[in-house]
Design a protein around this ligand. Structure first.
Ligand code: WTA
Length: 674
């Protein structure tokens, strides 16, 4: 592990100033969904798994389950076995009696002149039914995979819920990802269809999205998988807005076709609880992304329970999570959790600072938002460009969430003082694509807040920190280790699509006590983050222990970026390291060495940047491309990423005497730090 860019975060002493506590207001506590501390007894370790019935009971079941957990094939736990339900029914149909005319989604397009759409539960149900009928006529049935590559438009949740209605498995790829990334994921999941759009608004520009669908189609074909059709939604129904031509016989313009489906209804298919609801691809240590597979019954139970108790969503709240639905945060806490609770949820298409950094606060004022949910990166950038903006608008949040990356206490305080106007409680929620929902967070009416700490675990989650030798690291020791969860919970992914061995190896192998055991106590889940637990039990998450970089709260694999760079023929070797960044927390910096005979030029640097954007998408673009004469290497030939990382962070290289080529380090240092 010496070569690991984040090595050194476990085992080391962690020294930081303990922050002062802050307390939720009496007003918040007075209205909160969860005020009885008994919940932690009800969800104690010895009451797992049965405790989670409480979350499952928040859903409407077609058939109640016989067995809360089946552990016969460890660690592929099955929850609520024998139960049957439908996710789309739980998010829509069951609300019609009481909430037919309540807004489900307030849709805010990026152009400020465009009217906000207030889509009621009735209207959303109609749209989902009609689209589900169309999909059914195209042959979609339970268990089929559908890749959805859409921006933040209402058609995205409509498409997801239509798949769920038929029992089909959706795989949403973040809209900002490249066509190539979408195509590879479509091939990996063997998707029948690709659902895309003509174009959308981002930072003042109308971007062509259809061109990505064409690339995705060919990319999937190259990977040996032919998609049946490509479905294209129109950003402005009735008007095709892309300069990219439609392909006859393959592309279907959804809005045209939907005219035949007016008034069509599709009964929600009653699905087994443990059938998959969706795949969500995330980065890991190899170049091949992992399709995390989430179940219907377990996942829906967990996101509904945590939306109610940690997000504290009430029917009268206006809830706004500014994440993108293309990430797990959006799946769990824009679509499935809030809609299962009949919440009114805001969706915003564009950049938070467009056309100016007052935009989010104008939206909050206009819609009367009461719960606000975003990432530290968004908070840092809004603070940098418009520190006084929130005070200019008349909105009042009761609750705010931060998610996706560690938040510095100083940034936390601006969020609390200025954005929340000292009225809103803050939850710092730590979790992952794999975990479906929150793991650590304060429970908002029950715990005091501590800036910079995720807080204790949520009910029913029992973390433990192990050092590299498997010893328990006790709270208050000041030492960091690998944070694991001792028990299964219903939100945990079921497997990695098509790679079950990788699921076992990545998350369980290291601390499994007995590989033959069917007792879940022997299978702690290893999250892949380094963490430290303070005396008071609060966890502070330090970052990844693997080759994953967390940029602006988005996970990127260093290997994926490196292989993208290596598609440029001049490059012999590539190494990506996470470098500290004022706004984004960390950003990738790319070091490359060229094949003999090539020159380092600015044009080549640009070519490498472009290659990364084409292969993966602009979010993966490195902050810098450094073309170096050689990579610093160990005598066995491994690239010393640790050395590159400290150079990028303007530090010194440390002890390099054991390197095969120590002299190159000084050359690189001069290049990078001058
Ligand atoms: C990091 C996002 C510190 C962590 C929901 C984790 C955090 C990875 C926090 C998962 C937090 C997430 N504090 N770090 N509150 N939340 N992380 O899969 O490293 O996109 O492993 O899921 O983000 O990222 P993912």
């Amino acid at each position: 592990m010496a070569d690991n860019p984040t090595a050194g975060q476990t085992g080391l002493d962690v020294l930081w100033r303990e922050e002062d506590y802050l307390y939720p207001s009496a007003k918040f506590i007075g209205q909160a969904n969860l005020t009885n501390p008994d919940i932690f007894d009800r969800f104690s370790l010895d009451r797992i798994p049965e405790a989670f019935r409480e979350y499952a009971d928040l859903l409407t079941w077609d058939r109640y389950w016989d067995k809360t957990i089946d552990t016969s094939d460890p660690p592929f736990w099955k929850w609520f076995v024998g139960g049957r339900l439908n996710a789309s029914y739980n998010c829509l149909d069951r609300h019609l009696d009481a909430n037919r005319n309540k807004t489900a989604i307030h849709y805010v397009g990026e152009p400020e002149g465009e009217a906000i759409q207030h889509i009621t539960y009735q209207e959303l149900w109609v749209r989902v039914n009609e689209f589900a009928a169309l999909l059914r006529d195209m042959g979609v049935k339970a268990g089929d995979r559908i890749t959805i590559h859409l921006p933040m438009v209402p058609e995205l949740p409509v498409s997801m819920l239509a798949c769920a209605r038929l029992g089909a498995i959706h795989s949403v790829v973040f809209g900002g990802f490249s066509g190539k990334a979408a195509g590879e994921r479509a091939a990996d999941s063997q998707s029948h269809l690709l659902i895309s759009m003509d174009g959308y608004w981002r930072a003042g520009k109308f971007l062509d999205h259809k061109e990505k669908a064409d690339i995705a189609y060919t990319e999937s074909e190259k990977a040996g998988h032919k998609l049946d059709s490509v479905l294209i939604w129109q950003r402005y129904p009735g008007k095709y807005g892309s300069p990219t031509a439609l392909v006859d016989g393959r592309d279907v313009v959804v809005n045209d076709k939907l005219q035949e489906y007016q008034g069509k209804r599709v009964e929600a298919v009653s699905m087994p609880a443990e059938a998959p609801l969706f795949l969500m691809y995330t980065s890991g240590t190899t170049g091949r992304p992992k399709g995390m597979q989430h179940s219907i019954g377990g996942y829906m139970s967990y996101v509904t329970g945590t939306s109610k108790y940690i997000q504290d969503i009430h029917p009268e709240d206006v809830y706004w999570c500014m994440a993108d639905i293309g990430w797990i945060t959006g799946h769990s806490y824009i679509v499935y959790g809030p809609l299962a609770l009949a919440a009114s949820s805001v969706m915003y298409e564009g950049a938070p600072t467009h056309p100016d950094p007052g935009r989010p606060w104008r939206i909050a004022e206009e819609l009367g938002v009461t719960i606000f949910h975003t990432s530290p990166t968004a908070v840092r950038s809004l603070r940098k460009v418009g520190p006084d903006e929130p005070a200019k608008y008349d909105y009042h949040f009761k609750h705010m969430t931060t998610v996706g990356e560690p938040i510095e206490p100083e940034v936390w305080r601006w969020y609390y003082d200025v954005v929340g106007k000292r009225e809103a409680v803050i939850v710092d929620t730590w979790w992952q694509t794999e975990t479906g929902g929150f793991l650590c967070s304060t429970t908002p009416a029950l715990h005091k807040m501590k800036p910079g700490s995720a807080g204790p675990a949520v009910a029913g989650i029992h973390p433990i920190i192990y050092d590299d030798e498997g010893n328990v690291v006790p709270p208050g020791s000041g030492r960091a280790g690998n944070i694991c969860i001792q028990n299964p919970w219903p939100g945990l992914a079921q497997t990695i699509w098509g790679q079950p061995e990788r699921f076992v190896e990545t998350y369980f192998a290291r601390y499994c006590k007995d590989r033959t055991s069917t007792d879940w106590h022997d299978w702690p889940y290893m999250a892949g983050d380094a963490a430290v637990q303070a005396e008071d039990g609060y966890y502070r998450i330090l970052g990844r222990i693997d080759d994953v970089i967390n940029v602006a709260g988005h996970r990127l694999g260093t290997k994926e970026i490196e292989s993208a760079a290596l598609t440029v023929k001049e490059i012999a070797e590539a190494a990506v390291v996470p470098a500290k960044d004022e706004i984004k927390g960390v950003m990738p910096e790319l070091y490359v060495a060229l094949h003999p005979g090539y020159e380092a030029t600015e044009a080549l640097q640009q070519k490498i940047m472009d290659a990364v954007a084409t292969e993966l998408g602009p979010i993966a673009k490195p902050r810098h491309v450094w073309i170096v004469p050689d990579m610093p290497k160990t005598r066995s030939g491994k690239i010393m990423r640790r050395v590159l990382r400290s150079l990028s962070d303007k530090g010194d290289a440390g002890d390099v005497t054991t390197l095969a080529n120590p002299e190159v380090v000084e050359t690189i240092r001069k290049q990078v730090q001058s």
